[in-house]
Design a binder for this molecule. Structure first.
Ligand SMILES: *Cc1c(COP(=O)(O)O)cnc(C)c1O
Length: 426
């Protein structure tokens, strides 16, 4: 082997995988088993006491999932990762390691609709209080910091309008406050943006979207950047204090720069239980092999579709950071020079009714609540994903009544434009 560091496309195909040592299988096998035989009693005891790494039970770890974890950690530039059942499960497991009841975390207001719900309602019942800030106003994050703040949560490319977040500016606020910055990198994927390079301490993904990429398998992942010191000020007892369930070991002291990933596995996943099926891990690994090819095509198509819409008389405005006139174009050129993603919104002069009508007339675009599929997708957020918000909150989160969201797929761009043309004419 040369001592050249492998490039992104090579890592997307190979990181974490090797031919199966017993059978020679080249593709990563699906280890469809719940449990693993111990060598002897001492081996079993050392696995349970965290003195040795190895497989015990698929709720805590599985060899197929381990390849996925190593691959995404390599693509994101982190020290370790933990795969879980969904993007939402990743968010619960991350925050459970950081917040005690009564604590707060600051979240960007522009988020996936499901995350807004999860943070506002489900997390409140755990005693975790979300404080909203505006990603276009960095000072609003600074103002939101209190002694109870334990984390800051943002999306790199934000739902629904595909706006670009100034990760470095917000990471400076997080560093000053002494709390980790968590970045949901779902819409960018590490092909477009690697948040750890810009100061993120933890990256989360819905693997369901671009990483899996084919709209067939749910999954989520947590990547530990290995950069945060969890021992300062006793703020993060899950990581810094002796753990009674593991003979009093301190995770940060024992596991150093991958302690957070370990905490998520042995305290979060073990006890909360949202394990990823090895079958889904296999499907997502297969998807990741073509991530660089797909993502580039997604972005190129999205740009062509956005340009077409920007010139159409029925369209009031297009919010796509890849357009030179867009207010996020400067940030897009800095953070996502290969392309500004494939999820964006546009608004129609005909308002709410025109939005609903367009969605019903499109044929190639599927009307559904997902993004990051090979297929092109469309939704009218105000009547679906963001319908639970009041009108002011809809507009603030970029989902006003006249707004339509697209997730542009990898079909021929001429066909996508023709479909939009006929639906807008109808
Ligand atoms: C879909 C999505 C999630 C939630 O992921 P699931 O896999 O559906 O649980 C979180 N964040 C973003 C940006 C998403 O698009």
């Amino acid at each position: 082997m040369s001592d050249r560091l492998p490039g992104f496309s090579t890592l997307a195909v190979h990181a974490g995988a090797q031919p199966d040592p017993t059978t020679g299988a080249r593709a990563t096998p699906i280890y469809q088993t719940t449990s693993f035989v111990f060598n002897d009693a001492d081996h079993a005891a050392s696995l349970f006491g965290l003195q040795a790494f190895g497989n015990i039970y698929t709720r805590i770890g599985n060899p197929t999932n381990a390849v996925l974890e190593e691959r995404v950690a390599a693509l994101e530039g982190g020290t370790a990762a933990l795969a879980v059942a969904s993007g939402h499960a990743a968010q619960v497991v991350v925050l459970q390691q950081l917040l005690q009841p009564g604590d707060e975390f600051i979240a960007a207001r522009k988020l996936y609709g499901g995350s807004i719900n999860q943070f506002t309602h489900a997390f409140k019942s755990f005693g975790w209080n979300v404080v909203w800030a505006d990603p276009d106003d960095i000072a609003s994050f600074e103002r939101a910091v209190t002694p109870r703040t334990k984390a800051i949560f943002i999306e790199s490319i934000a739902n629904p309008a595909g706006s670009i977040t100034d990760i470095e500016a917000i990471s400076t606020v997080a560093r000053k406050a002494g709390v980790p910055l968590i970045v949901d990198n779902t819409l960018a994927s590490p092909y477009l943006i690697r948040p750890i390079d810009h100061g993120a301490d933890i990256v989360v993904h819905s693997l369901t979207k671009f990483l899996g990429g084919h709209g067939n398998s749910l999954g989520g992942i947590i990547v530990d950047a290995g950069t945060f010191d969890w021992s300062t000020g006793g703020k993060y007892p899950m990581l810094s204090e002796p753990r009674p369930e593991y003979h009093g070991i301190r995770l940060q002291e024992t596991f150093g720069n991958f302690a957070f990933a370990i905490a998520c596995r042995v305290l979060g996943l073990r006890d909360l239980g949202p394990a990823l099926s090895p079958f889904n891990a296999f499907m997502i690994l297969t998807g990741i092999e073509t991530l660089p090819l797909r993502m580039q095509k997604h972005c190129d198509n999205a740009k062509a579709v956005a340009e077409f819409l920007a010139g159409h008389p029925a369209v009031a405005s297009v919010s796509y950071a890849g357009l030179p006139s867009d207010k996020y174009n400067r940030l897009a050129r800095k953070y996502a020079p290969k392309g500004a993603g494939a999820v964006f919104t546009f608004s129609l002069k005909g308002g709410y009714d025109a939005g609903v009508n367009l969605v019903s007339k499109l044929q190639l675009f599927s009307h559904l609540a997902n993004v990051g599929d090979t297929r092109s997708l469309v939704i009218h957020p105000a009547s679906t994903t963001h319908s639970q918000l009041d009108d002011a909150a809809k507009i603030k989160s970029g989902a006003g009544p006249d707004v339509v969201r697209l997730s542009v797929g990898i079909e021929d761009k001429e066909d996508l434009i023709a479909d939009l043309e006929q639906a807008l004419a109808a």
